[in-house]
Design a protein around this ligand. Structure first.
Ligand code: HAM
Length: 418
């Protein structure tokens, strides 16, 4: 029978990978909790309209990358390409602002889906660690979120990263910038823009700045920059964010062309990248999205958030070794199989970790297994031990060996002993 294979762009996360992913999630949980974040888990499948309305009709994500299909009743559903829209939908639907907190800070981890061309660090199913902070427009929150992100990355041991920051202005000052971009892209550059950007330059010229096509990238290098168009309020907001980062000792670079691939951003946007993981350099990105909650049918609340790409962080982190276990129970006589299983159960009930052999093997192959598990102790149950009610204990670290009565095993193996 033909073997079934996984779908292109979808990966199996094997035990070695899962250890790294669990470590990232655990670290995120620890760091984010220090900032008052709470966990939320939202569905992977949402109504297509949610993403079209929030991410933006003109974005690559909505135009080309969503896994959209009709359910059995013909409703259009989409596998989430990002977490922000779903988290905000839940925030509104579940009235999470009812407590009147300064900002409700929510984090979530899980798979996202984008129909992109797979390559190193770019998958069709990938995982994000995502944070949203809703309810506060103050620039202090922007600085706090950026500092929380960098604390998380530092806690993971990742230091050789670049943080880039920009301000995209607000609905008050951005139109003048969009006009300037439209003027810039007019007529003379027609033949160098890609097909999508020929349309986008009229409908949403900021998207041209985010285009990956070589011709568009070249053109964009000479385009006007948003920093020349910011209104006094956006400028003051940005100045406060940058000054707070300076005072907190946080390095960053200004990047006036950082527009990000989603339409909902206003004011602060940021991205963290690495040069050590190939062409897909962005390991995290985010920004402020005042107006988005309202446009999804909720109260007029500001917000800011970011997401880290776990596949890309995993490339930086490398493999994480399996933890050693406390015991391995080696059975050398068939009569030992049942007592071994019951003894292992008692040891685990007392908090110890380990495995028991489910078949009789030679001492050599049992010791090989104990070594592979990195067991601290290998307990041997052979004919002689079974007849005398003893167990042979081999300390795998110093290779010493002793024979002890069955009922004393727990005392010898309890964690205080280690
Ligand atoms: P994003 O920049 O589209 O932002 O994605 C955030 C991160 O997810 C990227 O920096 C990258 O590390 C990772 N990522 C994105 N696409 C892929 C892919 N195909 N394969 C592997 N990793 C990928 C957002 O998604 C926003 N929702 C972030 C946000 C939250 N903004 C405000 N709140």
């Amino acid at each position: 029978m033909a073997q079934l294979r996984r779908i292109k762009g979808f990966a199996d996360l094997l035990p070695d990978d899962c250890r790294v992913y669990a470590h990232m999630e655990q670290t995120a949980r620890e760091v984010f909790t220090r900032y008052g974040c709470q966990e939320i888990r939202v569905p992977i499948l949402e109504k297509t309209e949610l993403f079209a309305r929030s991410i933006g009709d003109e974005t690559d994500i909505v135009q080309k990358e969503m896994y959209t299909f009709a359910d059995r009743k013909g409703k259009s559903l989409t596998l989430r390409p990002e977490a922000t829209a779903g988290v905000l939908r839940a925030f509104i639907e579940e009235n999470l602002d009812a407590q009147g907190d300064d900002a409700v800070k929510l984090y979530t981890c899980g798979p996202m889906f984008r129909y992109e061309r797979p390559q190193k660090g770019r998958m069709r199913q990938f995982h994000q660690i995502n944070v949203e902070a809703v309810g506060q427009a103050a620039p202090q929150l922007d600085a706090e979120m950026i500092l929380m992100l960098t604390m998380f990355l530092r806690q993971l041991g990742l230091t050789a990263l670049t943080l880039e920051i920009n301000s995209l202005g607000c609905p008050g000052c951005r139109p003048a910038y969009q006009d300037a971009l439209q003027d810039f892209f007019k007529g003379m550059h027609k033949e160098r823009l890609c097909e999508d950007c020929l349309r986008r330059k009229l409908t949403n010229p900021l998207r041209v700045l985010d285009c990956k096509a070589p011709g568009c990238r070249e053109l964009v290098a000479g385009a006007p920059v948003i920093s020349d168009f910011l209104c006094p309020e956006c400028r003051a907001h940005n100045d406060t964010v940058l000054s707070l980062l300076d005072r907190a000792g946080q390095d960053y670079m200004l990047n006036a062309r950082l527009v990000r691939g989603l339409d909902y951003y206003v004011r602060t946007t940021f991205e963290v990248s690495s040069r050590d993981i190939g062409a897909q350099t962005a390991v995290a990105g985010g920004g402020r999205y005042d107006g988005l909650v309202k446009s999804l049918g909720g109260p007029d609340l500001p917000g800011i958030g970011f997401a880290c790409g776990m596949e890309r962080l995993a490339l930086l982190l490398g493999a994480k070794q399996a933890k050693p276990v406390d015991f391995y129970l080696a059975v050398l006589d068939p009569r030992g199989l049942d007592p071994a299983l019951l003894l292992a159960q008692t040891l685990r009930r007392n908090g110890l970790c380990g495995e028991t052999a489910l078949e009789v093997k030679s001492v050599k192959s049992h010791l090989r297994r104990a070594n592979k598990l990195k067991a601290r102790y290998c307990l041997l149950l052979g004919e002689r031990e079974i007849e005398t009610g003893n167990v042979e204990i081999k300390n795998m670290l110093d290779t010493t060996q002793q024979t002890i009565p069955f009922e004393n095993i727990l005392a010898v193996l309890t964690p205080e002993e280690f």
